[in-house]
Design a protein around this ligand. Structure first.
Ligand SMILES: [Zn+2]
Length: 292
């Protein structure tokens, strides 16, 4: 599943290629026709991410997308369309485009392939959304209700240019942890506790902080929890900058410390890395390094 860094990259990309100009919106697959009609011809003002949700603001309306496990956007366009090919779940690479233009000067998009829930087009290119968990048009009240249910997103630090607001996000994380009796590993995946963390960042942050994933969230000392927030912030920011998750920062080919390394020796202490199911998702940890 795409983790929060992917959604923040996606928001940035949508701002680059779509914001400020009228766009065309359709639903080739047919499952988003009414929503597409509400968005079509409007001007997307700006896109933002909250955890794993993408919101595109168009005045009183907000387009909400959650990619879920399989969703992805693919971007195509001419030389004036600055976009990476895909953002979301990995897709096969696409070939080069021979651009053709309509009389109004707009690039003629290729016919949609597969189940395209939504197609958004600008003058120089388009994006196809396939396989999202959520694709909906919200009013501002509904938008606020979704955001209010989400925990703090480390990647929203710095957006308001207000150090006090950033400190409040961190405090809210500590507060949310103190109110959960579930394990810290389960709490990190609860989007109401912290928004944007997925399975890889969970495993890797707990490893680097030396935290036993089964420690009850409300028994975690704030002096241990605060550096965990900072660690996740650093890891997510690296993910935004690099477009992929690489938590081993010492060079070499290994990208993750414990994620999907179960059954092998921990590179730090030699203990065999373990994996276990926890609430339907796989948890990875080193029992030697993660003791408290
Ligand atoms: Zn270890």
């Amino acid at each position: 599943m795409p983790e929060g860094h992917t959604l923040h990259r996606l928001a940035a990309q949508i701002n680059t290629v779509f914001a400020g100009h009228p766009w065309r919106v359709s639903s080739p697959q047919g499952r988003f026709i009414a929503g597409a009609q509400r968005l079509d011809g409007q001007v997307p003002q700006h896109a933002e991410a909250w955890g794993k949700h993408l919101f595109v603001h168009l005045g009183p309306e907000v387009w909400q997308v959650h990619l879920g496990l399989y969703g992805a956007f693919s971007f195509r366009g001419d030389a004036d369309f600055a976009a990476e090919a895909t953002v979301g779940a990995p897709r096969a690479a696409v070939g080069t485009l021979e651009p053709r233009y309509a009389e109004d000067g707009w690039l003629i998009p290729e016919p949609p392939k597969g189940a395209v829930r939504a197609r958004v087009s600008a003058r120089h290119g388009w994006a196809d959304l396939r396989g999202p968990t959520t694709c909906a048009v919200l009013d501002l009240t509904e938008y606020q209700a979704v955001v209010d249910r989400l925990g703090p997103d480390p990647l929203r630090q710095g957006i308001s240019q207000d150090a006090r607001a950033d400190a409040q996000l961190r405090e809210l994380f500590l507060h949310n942890l103190s109110r959960r009796r579930i394990s810290i590993a389960a709490a990190l995946m609860d989007q109401a506790v912290i928004a944007g963390v997925g399975n890889i960042y969970r495993a890797e942050s707990l490893f680097l902080e030396g935290l036993d994933p089964y420690t009850p969230s409300n028994q975690l000392d704030p002096e241990r929890a605060a550096p965990l927030w900072d660690r996740l912030t650093e890891q997510l920011r690296d993910g935004v900058a690099e477009g992929r998750i690489r938590t081993v920062r010492t060079g070499g080919s290994r990208r993750h410390w414990v994620y999907k390394h179960q059954g092998t020796a921990c590179p730090r202490c030699g203990t065999v890395i373990k994996a276990a199911e926890l609430q339907g998702r796989r948890l990875y940890w080193c029992p030697g390094c993660q003791r408290d």
